[in-house]
Design a protein around this ligand. Sequence first.
Ligand code: UDP
Length: 259
Amino acid sequence: MSRRRQIYEGKAKVLFEGPEPGTIIQYFKDDASAFNNQKKGTITGKGVLNNRISEYLMLRLGEVGVPTHFVRRLNMREQLVREVEIIPIEVVVRNVAAGSLAKRLGIKEGTPLPRSIVEYYYKNDELSNPIVSEEHITAFGWAATQDLDDMMALALRVNDFLTGLFLGIGIRLIDFKLEFGRLYNGDDMQIVIADEISPDNCRLWDFKTNEKMDKDRFRQDLGNVEAGYQEVARRLGIFQEGAPAEHRAAEHRGTKTVQ
Ligand code: UDP
């Protein structure tokens, strides 16, 4: 690891130059931060779990034709991804009121939203990632109208797909954050999902008990943070290599027939 050139160190990941041009290695740390870095901590094993969960979700999305930067997992904590030009906008999709939306609009956490809501935040730590509108994004040139259209369409497809995938394992997808990048291929440019999709950037609640299985356990000092992430991985069937996903989903729903 030490011989590779480090490109960037973020809160939860380190990026290294990849083995060939146009690739990057994402190294997943156990470090966690919240409230714009005011709260910091370590969740033992989080990096290993997020590497696997994000690999799993990116692969499933790829199978249904959603383009992502993911290439392959390299080891317990690292994955190879395509180098993209990151668009400085965080796209949040919400199905149920929680977090900043619940606070900002005075809506009780857990209230289902009348329809899925997409929000944009400007990626800027010094400004604590302010919420912005399409107007700000296009006026300041952070993304073009066509980029935004592609991002919105992809975000809604990801929401539909992940909502169903998680429902199948008894988990409600409350909200999540996506990042996008521009992938260049000669004269062509394609918008793809970048970063990671994991309990660090999704809210996941147990369908029956509403128990939180995501980073809110860390944010709100609920304890058993790692166990929450582990349970998500377990239900997704990660670490049970060889078992087909459909079989595992049926097992969880209790509809598995004895074979
Ligand atoms: N989120 C994220 N990174 C951020 C802000 C939010 O991954 O910098 C995720 C968060 O985990 C949640 C969703 O985006 O799943 C919506 O977060 P919210 O705006 O409610 O902000 P928060 O309550 O996390 O401050």
